[in-house]
Design a protein. Structure first.
Length: 644
């Protein structure tokens, strides 16, 4: 037979579990898992990186003191040195085919030679060394390759741009993987005549120098030429040309950048950085579009990017429904864009956790993103010493999180635009077999990090803790809390915002972030009329902190236009005319586990507004308690736990 003490503990645990199960949860919108897959012992200047379309393998190249080419599996196994140039300089261009079986790299700093091999480094073959000169009176040309070559999905053909002073030599070339059938696909002169009616044979040109991409089997070839824009003294834009079915198609202008456009597997969808004039602001801005080649209209997914935020990298999923983008100068971090929902969200903006836990580097300073065809996995480089290669798994429904993040509370779920509001954050976070090292949160709007306005007192600035201090009631119980979150947001727009919670386990190599449904920034009511419009429903919030010892705060709302029966008993001389018909008789009481009333916290007539009351349980034993808010039209009960 159980002792009374053991019986109480058993009942307490069962009720606690029921309470946790039934507790209203904030919905998880999406989650992203990040895992560091590199373990370098020395610093390297990684300059190029690409993930295979099936997401299984990555090729990357280093420059500076060591110009080398490596491959690594996305499960962090199989790091392999493929090629060592034994000299210094810029890192070579690299690419990888769809299943990761074939890789190519290009020594563009000197000879322009293109190499190909199996991804394990076997069967290395130089497939391009010299190009036949279009003028038979001159010797063969060394390749001058300004952007990364592309290998087809099957790994059988390599396409590349060659820049030359002769427009007949400048253009797109191809070669088979065994080095045979080296030939020009088209040249700049052909393109200029067909599209623009220009004979450029009298010009020396190196026109194709701003972006290059192909579809899976090169049915569509994308090239960017700023040549004609420069003639018009426009140094910021270029003409995007699609070559398909033996013909040229002018897709429009693009904003000059490192990789300002890309295409999907079939070559029928494109992603473009465009420079456009904003008449309202009387200035230029960069916008990002999905553009179809035949059917449909362009879809803008990013608006108002600063004109200095030109593209650094773009890559599309296989079906062209989503893409990954990044801009230079830190103006746009690695960002996921969705054509179907016309939306976007930052992928690597969890700076708080990376600064505090991982040696000071910022995820938002990461680079070289690459996404798989399914659009649910990507890789990126985190700049540190040594550098770190990370894999991210995107779960758009918020499921399949490696770390277990549940029971997320943000109470109250609003902050005031013209004042400070103190709130509490609580989340149950576990990770087997490793403990959680650090947890933190940021603030988003429309999928992008807007500000880190929510902050807590020193020393836990922006962090959630599980150490039994600073609002956390019990150390190492898996409930990460912070009971002193406040904000002062005088210039932040009113509206709905989203909390992003991130946690890293004790290995410091695995992070999970979740976006949870919103809190609001609201206006501070400054008149009776404002208050009447502000509150439309009764609401009883979860107490915070919870569990607590010995004090906790309970917040609730009284709506406007309640028209309760208690109205007829009021002394009209005591109530302002504006709220004479708008008052509720409110009681808030605390009960023990057996339903016995412990204390009455509120028993008054109240006008519309937000209210809070503190409950002190210093004289009560540990256990489960209930608190009930009751009026003539509202009755709600919630559970709270006292732990001493």
């Amino acid at each position: 037979m159980c002792s009374p003490t053991k019986y109480f503990i058993f009942v307490f645990i069962i009720i606690h579990l029921i309470f946790l199960k039934n507790e209203a949860q904030i919905n998880v919108i999406r989650s992203v898992e990040y895992k560091q897959i590199s373990s370098f012992e020395e610093n390297m200047e990684i300059s190029n990186m690409k993930m295979s379309s099936d997401g299984t393998k990555i090729i990357f190249a280093t420059g500076g003191y060591t110009r080398k080419v490596y491959t690594i599996n996305s499960d962090e196994s199989g790091l392999k040195l493929i090629y060592d140039f034994t000299n210094t300089g810029f890192g070579p261009f690299v690419d990888i085919n769809a299943d990761g079986s074939k890789i190519i790299w290009c020594d563009y700093t000197g000879t322009g030679e293109i190499f190909i091999s199996n991804s394990d480094g076997s069967s290395i073959n130089k497939i391009v060394a010299l190009l036949p000169n279009p003028d038979p009176n001159f010797a063969d040309m060394k390749p001058e390759i300004p952007v990364s070559p592309r290998i087809t999905a099957d790994g059988n053909t390599v396409y590349f741009i060659h820049n030359h002073r002769d427009p007949k030599g400048t253009g797109v070339w191809k070669v088979y993987s065994d080095g045979s059938n080296l030939q020009q696909v088209f040249n700049f002169s052909n393109m200029a005549i067909e599209l623009f009616g220009r004979n450029v044979n009298e010009f020396w040109t190196t026109s194709f120098n701003s972006g290059f991409d192909i579809s899976a089997n090169a049915e569509a070839i994308l090239v960017g030429t700023p040549f004609f824009k420069i003639e018009e003294s426009d140094f910021n834009n270029g003409d995007l040309v699609v070559y398909t079915n033996g013909s040229f198609y002018h897709l429009g202008e693009y904003a000059v950048g490192n990789q300002p456009f890309s295409t999907n597997k079939n070559g029928d969808q494109f992603l473009i950085f465009k420079r456009e004039h904003n008449a309202e602001l009387n200035s230029d801005e960069i916008n990002v579009y999905f553009v179809p080649i035949v059917i449909g209209s362009p879809i803008k997914v990013i608006s108002g990017l600063n004109i200095f935020g030109t593209s650094a990298m773009t890559q599309m999923s296989g079906d062209g429904s989503i893409a990954i983008v990044q801009a230079d100068n830190g103006r746009l971090p690695i960002t996921f864009v969705d054509r179907s929902t016309s939306s976007c969200f930052d992928l690597v903006s969890i700076d708080g956790i990376s600064i505090n836990a991982l040696g000071g580097f910022r995820f938002s300073e990461s680079s070289l993103p690459s996404i798989n065809w399914n659009g649910n996995k990507f890789c990126f480089l985190a700049h540190s010493n040594p550098p770190q290669i990370w894999i991210g798994n995107i779960n758009l429904d918020g499921s399949q999180r490696e770390l277990n993040i549940s029971e997320i509370q943000f109470t109250p779920d609003y902050v005031l635009i013209d004042g400070s509001t103190t709130a509490a954050f609580n989340a149950h976070i576990t990770s087997a077999p490793n403990a959680i090292h650090t947890a933190t949160f940021d603030v988003l709007k429309d999928g992008l990090i807007q500000f880190r306005a929510l902050y807590s007192d020193w020393p836990y600035n922006g962090l959630l803790v599980d150490n039994g201090e600073f609002g956390d009631t019990q150390a190492n119980d898996g409930f990460f809390c912070n009971n002193s979150i406040h904000a002062d947001l005088p210039e932040t727009p009113i509206g709905n915002y989203t909390i992003r919670l991130a946690a890293i386990n004790s290995t410091l190599r695995q992070i999970t972030s979740v976006d949870v449904e919103p809190f609001s920034i609201i206006d501070q009511p400054n008149s009776i009329e404002d208050e009447e419009n502000q509150f439309s429903n009764f609401n009883l919030s979860q107490n915070y902190p919870n569990p607590f010892n010995p004090n906790t705060t309970i917040k609730y709302s009284v709506p406007s236009s309640v028209m309760l029966n208690s109205f007829q008993h009021l002394d009209n001389s005591e109530i302002p005319k504006q709220v004479r018909d708008d008052v509720a008789h409110v009681t808030l009481k605390v009960y023990d586990i057996l339903g016995r009333e412990i204390k009455t916290l509120v028993n008054v007539k109240q006008k519309p507004g937000n209210y809070e009351v503190e409950f002190n349980a210093a004289n009560l034993p540990s256990g489960v308690y209930y608190y009930r808010l009751k009026t003539d039209e509202f009755n709600n009960t919630k559970t709270m736990i006292l732990m001493k």
